[in-house]
Design a protein around this ligand. Sequence first.
Ligand SMILES: *Cc1c(COP(=O)(O)O)cnc(C)c1O
Length: 405
Amino acid sequence: MTTTEKTKQYVLETYGRFPLTVTRGEGTRVWDELGREYLDFCSGIAVCSLGHCHPALTQAIAEQSATLMHCSNLYYIKQQADLAELIVEKVVGHPGKIFFSNSGAEAVDGLIKFARRFGQATGRYDIITFNKSFHGRTIGAMTATAQAKIHEGFDPLPTGFTYVEPNDLDAVRAALTDKTIAFLLEPIQGEGGVNPMTKEFLEGLAALAQEKDLLLLLDEVQCGFGRTGDLNGYDTIAPGLVPDGISWAKGMGGGFPIGSFYIAEKHAHLLGPGSHGSTYGGNALACAASKAVIETIIVENLTDNVKTREAQIRKTIESWNHPAITEVRGYGLLLGIALNFDALDVPKDSIPSIHLCTALIEKGLLVPPAGPEIVRLLPPLNVSADEINQALQLIKEALDAHLKS
Ligand SMILES: *Cc1c(COP(=O)(O)O)cnc(C)c1O
């Protein structure tokens, strides 16, 4: 049986997959079963922030796995304490505490539990989240996700969420009730189509949270740890913003599964002994891996590279003045190329972004879609100028080949 056949027979078919089996990776390149090479501008969906098999990460994993992988949170774990210190001191920069999970959805669930605890004293529990958001697939995180197609067929969902249009402070004010306890949002919506929040909106939410004693919770699972050109996605949009809680995953492990959330110091007592937990969460191996990734991002100043490469991408695409592109959205290396359906010649029954991403695989480039109109660019944070040029050339060729005549 081929990998495709075996997957179809034995793996639950929850994913729509592209026809490609990746077997090896190095830097910004991956290879398939037949040895064909691809430029990887998907990075496991913003996960492999240092590219594939970066020596700092593989060495940290090799050494830690030969020393201690796991011992449980019944005991103290040095790698966990070191990583928490690094994140609080060097990334967030405001006093607080970290909980370690294994994924983004769990990190978001942690923030939801934090909000519920915070609201107990005043009888408030309702969390405002935003249309087109994506927060993960657990029952909690998927209910926070304001997309009907994600909820479909899973009733009854937990109560306590109100969905509002993003970048509309009046709509948020109108949605406030005496039960509202928090705002939870992605500074840049990733899966929902690379939709950045405005500075005014983020600052307005922070002011409103202050005024009404609500929590500002930011989901940085996709945009965090350097992806936008700053260590925090929110710093790229609204420098100086001080969230009450932050969730992370994806890029923080460079491919090793780990997630986490931060709670500002003044609220950290709300999740005390016995209130939350995870058997795997924060184990020595995951924390050693994540520390190697984050230290490399900081020491090698990769956020500078992210900003330079973003400018290169924008300048190049602007110079094309391409009829099939309406705009480039996002920040840093979390960018979305928005397609102009009117100019594109794609099969009637196909989803344009998916059709183009499939065509690009055939040309040797991996890029993920985000909704029907967006092709995302999520290369590793250390991608080179040459690799950007090669990828953009392939994209231009694919778009040219799909223009209506
Ligand atoms: C991917 C993502 C999640 C879910 O993370 P998982 O690790 O898949 O559970 C949550 N929030 C955002 C913003 C994401 O992009």
